[in-house]
Design a protein around this ligand. Structure first.
Ligand code: AHR
Length: 503
């Protein structure tokens, strides 16, 4: 029996809904086919956006969407994606399959998509191959309400009212595809570019995000903060020059040359993958420790704006399109990471899983007019109960399990929050692919009035296909008993469970 202690009197921080954010790049079939099919498509759509996909994303409560990349962002020139579609420039998507990008999905279409979903906007600007002027004009185009060349152009293109840009990223992976810069050089670039991301609306300030580290590159974090956190000319008194610093970390089971299959894997690869995903906790802890030295008040968010599993592509698909299936293993990866982000909610203000549809650890896969929800989708929907909640103090006893010493993992992870209406939401993951466990949740002085629970679980490689779309789904869970302030739960193997508790 494993004990989960929950202290509802000890509130540890606000869980920003954006912790459950997503990322959509011009990559493979993410934007085109997956989301945007155009007004003339036979696939039911509203202003070109697939109705089935938008409805599923609304139901999942998608809080924020990052666009247009990724590596694509640093070769994207936004003016190519505005105005009449027939005259938009075509370009080569050099990063992703060398395919033709016809720019039919641009700024207006992205804003329309976010409006339909009801989510916040996170635009990623081009530092790698763009200019300060180009970035500055994009911000003016999107957000300025008065009379100016860019605001007038936006109006000519059909949008009288300005758009809301909630977050703006100054480049992407500038240590890699975004320009192969050294941190000192990028820090200077960042200082310059961010100065021209103007806030035209004092009540809708844009949060500026600097390119942060990859994985365990602590030196990058140290240099960026040292050069850019505070300084003369800062337009944002206590935040210095930035509101957020990104972190990218992908869960790759083996190595980049041969990552491993998404659906065919052994028990050993199950634990290998989960042990690698758990490194997220260590990385956040160590990058946060650096951030704490510069910013003890926690004004800058650590934005984990790319994360998730990265496997070999599905057989017969374009290697540049990064199309992969999604199993119960991915459900566990999602549940474990979302628990980690909750636990770090004081520093982690946003996270964006890669990527929304048809790419990497997607929540949705499409084929023609058919759409399926992946196990990851069901976990995100389940965890939406934590959005805007308050993290509560909680801890669980665990055992270490696995098949090889270096790939050992705790058998259980958890996080607990209190929602605005006073309900306690517990999310638990069972990392064993063979064993179930009994967990006794103890709510200390609170008496449990009622519990509603659901589960996403199955055999480790279970997944949904276009032929069998409902193999994995969120189901009602009843394998628990309540006694006073305790709930005794039987956690099945390889599962993610949510309990909504009324006290
Ligand atoms: O998500 C796929 C790619 O991974 C992104 O374009 C890039 O930022 C990262 O390397």
């Amino acid at each position: 029996m494993y004990k989960l202690l929950i202290n509802s009197k000890k509130e540890l921080g606000h869980i920003n809904p954006e912790i459950q954010g997503h990322f959509s790049e011009h990559l493979g079939r993410c934007i085109y086919e997956g989301i945007f099919v155009g007004e003339n498509s036979d696939i039911p759509n509203t202003n070109g956006m697939r109705n089935d996909v938008v409805n599923a994303l609304k139901a999942m409560k998608l809080p924020v969407l990052r666009w247009p990349g990724g590596c694509f962002a640093d070769e994207y020139h936004w003016k190519d994606g505005i105005g009449p579609k027939e005259t938009r420039k075509k370009m080569i998507n050099t990063n992703w399959g060398g395919v033709v990008e016809d720019n039919s999905f641009g700024t207006h279409e992205f804003m329309e998509l976010c409006k339909q979903i009801g989510c916040k906007t996170y635009i990623n600007g081009n530092v790698g191959s763009g200019t300060v002027r180009e970035m500055s004009e994009w911000v003016e185009y999107m957000t300025f309400d008065g009379v100016s060349p860019m605001a007038d152009l936006r109006k000519e293109n059909g949008s009288e009212a300005s758009f809301t840009v909630d977050y703006f990223g100054i480049g992407n992976e500038t240590w890699g595809c975004g320009g192969f810069m050294v941190p000192e050089y990028y820090a200077n670039q960042y200082r310059q570019y961010q100065a021209f991301v103007k806030n035209y609306n004092s009540d809708k300030k844009i949060k500026r995000i600097a390119v942060g580290p990859s994985d365990k590159d602590y030196e990058w974090t140290e240099t960026l903060l040292n050069q850019c956190f505070k300084g003369q000319g800062s337009i944002n008194n206590n935040h210095g020059f930035m509101d957020g610093l990104s972190l990218h970390y992908y869960t790759v089971p083996h190595d980049w040359a041969k990552k491993g299959s998404a659906t065919v894997f052994t028990d050993k690869e199950w634990y290998l993958t989960l042990s690698k995903t758990l490194l997220m906790d260590e990385m956040i802890t160590k990058h946060s420790a650096i951030m704490d030295r510069y910013d003890p008040e926690g004004n800058i968010g650590l934005m984990v704006d790319e994360w998730g599993t990265w496997y070999d592509v599905e057989e017969g698909t374009n290697p540049g399109f990064l199309y992969q299936q999604n199993t119960i293993r991915d459900a566990l990866v999602a549940g474990i990471n979302l628990n980690i982000f909750n636990k770090h909610c004081k520093r982690v203000k946003m996270a964006n899983i890669a990527q929304l549809v048809n790419v990497l650890q997607a929540v949705i896969l499409t084929e023609g007019d058919i759409m399926i929800k992946t196990p990851t989708y069901h976990v995100f929907k389940m965890y939406s109960c934590h959005q805007d909640g308050t993290l509560l103090e909680s801890s669980i006893d665990t055992d270490t399990i696995g098949l090889e010493e270096e790939y050992m993992v705790p058998n259980l992870t958890e996080s607990v929050s209190k929602s605005k209406d006073g309900k306690i939401n517990i999310t638990l993951t069972n990392l064993s692919c063979t064993d179930s466990y009994e967990v006794e949740s103890n709510l200390l002085e609170d008496t449990v009035k009622s519990v509603r629970a659901s589960i996403v679980g199955g055999d480790m490689s279970d997944h949904n296909t276009f032929e069998k779309p409902e193999v994995v789904r969120e189901e009602e869970f009843t394998d628990f008993t309540v006694n006073g302030n305790k709930i005794l739960i039987k956690m099945p193997k390889s599962s993610v469970v949510h309990l909504e508790v009324e006290i």
